[in-house]
Design a protein around this ligand. Structure first.
Ligand code: APR
Ligand code: PHB
Length: 387
């Protein structure tokens, strides 16, 4: 049986950032990941980093490629029935901005830096099982290279995403869940973005979003029915729909080859508490927010910052108040972000009856006409302080 201080299950943003933060405090960890490195690095996800997330990646020394290949956006556009309205993020938040840089690029940078620093990431582990998380010496069992193995640790960090196994080891957990009545069809297209800043568009036919990845790559989304199958969305239909929903006078949407496409449900999910004795859940393992606010990765990073700080204090001084408060500390932010993400989802998607739509249109007008309403949106969008 091998041993480490912190056993980390999952090499997504949560697990990898945690490994880096711990390493900087001199705390040893081993990361166990179900998939292989190529798979993890190729997985296309969202791409908006809050100011605090970008600052943190810079601070821990993995921000070089983000600074050269990512782009800082000081504003975003909201479009209501063809009329575009810019939210000046920097002016409204005292100089903050977002960085647009694909999550899988962040993951690549984190893995490269982890391996370069001599840290361990075991890819392709199967059948992870936790034992003794209520004792002082939990063990993570798993299979690797056809052999049964065990990792003894002081603490286990469950960073294994929404479909992971760690959440099941929290007894008496309460879950809060909401399936929103729509899904997103996302495409990655080999075409120069038609906009410099993101466009979130509300339209009679449904929501659409124009995001970007690089000077040659665009990322676009359409609100679709959650029961829709990707086979019923040939590329021509996707572009046709994007043209209709994003249309704005004097503006042209460029089309190009679709490199990748998929449908994802919009869901809210929270588990309480996020910890049980020596097990701590972080990121998607503990919560999912609807994609409209682009908060998933940012929330994952915020969790592990809290966890790393609490572990640092515990190892240095023996004080465990930070660890005991972990779940409560994280959940305050999780529910605030849930609130924002659900609000933004309901503001921008086509849903409900005629009454709902009138209320929705009033809320849309308010964001465009009231500086304080716009500031509220901007502050939530660029994100709160990351400890
Ligand atoms: N054993 C080991 N690893 C596992 C297991 C398991 N049983 N189950 C899942 N994993 C791995 C997944 O393969 C994945 O690499 O855990 C990792 C979890 O990573 P993410 O799903 O990226 O979750 P997280 O790190 O919390 O980051 C949250 O990711 O899901 C997106 O949009 C979401 O941006 C958000 C961010
Ligand atoms: C993305 O670029 O993938 C993206 C951007 C903004 C969102 C969601 C996803 O709100």
């Amino acid at each position: 049986m091998s041993a480490t201080q912190v056993g980390i299950v999952g090499a997504g943003p949560a697990g990898l950032v945690l490994a880096h933060l711990l390493q900087r405090c001199g705390i040893e960890s081993v990361v166990l990941e179900l998939h292989d490195r190529e798979y993890v690095e190729a997985r296309v996800r969202a791409g908006v980093l809050e100011q605090g997330t970008a600052d943190l990646l810079n601070r821990i020394g993995v921000g070089e490629r983000m600074r050269s290949d990512g782009s800082v956006h000081r504003g975003v556009n909201l479009q209501f029935l063809g009329r575009r309205h810019r939210i000046a993020l920097d002016e409204l938040t005292g100089g903050k901005a977002i960085t647009v840089y694909g999550q899988q690029e962040v993951v690549k940078d984190l893995i490269a830096a982890r391996l370069a620093a001599g840290g361990e990431v075991r890819f392709g582990v199967e059948n992870v099982r936790l034992e003794g998380v209520e004792t002082d010496a939990p063990v993570v069992h798993y299979r690797h290279d056809g052999q049964e193995r065990a990792l003894r640790c002081d603490v286990v960090a469950g960073c294994d995403g929404f479909h992971g196994c760690c959440r099941d080891a929290v007894p008496h957990a309460r879950t809060f869940e909401r399936e929103h009545p729509f899904a997103w069809l996302g495409i990655l297209a080999a075409v120069a973005p038609s906009t410099e800043e993101l466009i979130y568009a509300y339209h009679d036919r449904g929501f659409a979003l124009h995001s970007l990845r690089s000077p040659e790559l665009s990322r676009l989304y359409l609100q679709v029915d959650p029961h829709d199958r990707i086979e019923s969305w040939p590329d021509e239909r996707i572009w046709e729909e994007l043209q209709l929903r994003l249309a704005s006078e004097g503006w042209v949407l460029r089309e190009g080859p679709v490199l990748e496409k998929g449908i994802t449900a919009l869901r809210s999910f929270v588990v309480e508490p996020m910890q049980h004795r020596r097990l701590f859940l972080a990121g998607d393992a503990a919560h999912i927010v609807p994609a409209t606010g682009a908060k998933g990765m940012n929330l994952a990073v915020a969790d592990v910052v809290v966890l790393a700080q609490a572990l640092d204090v515990w190892y240095r001084t023996g004080r465990d108040d930070g660890l005991r408060a972990y779940s409560a500390t994280c959940l305050r932010r999780v529910w605030r972000v849930q609130d924002f993400s659900v609000w933004m989802t309901m503001l921008m998607h086509r849903h409900g009856d005629a009454f709902t739509r009138r209320v929705q249109e009033a809320a849309q007008a308010h964001v465009c006409e009231s500086v304080s309403a716009a500031r509220c949106l901007a502050e939530s969008y660029v994100g709160g302080a990351t400890l």
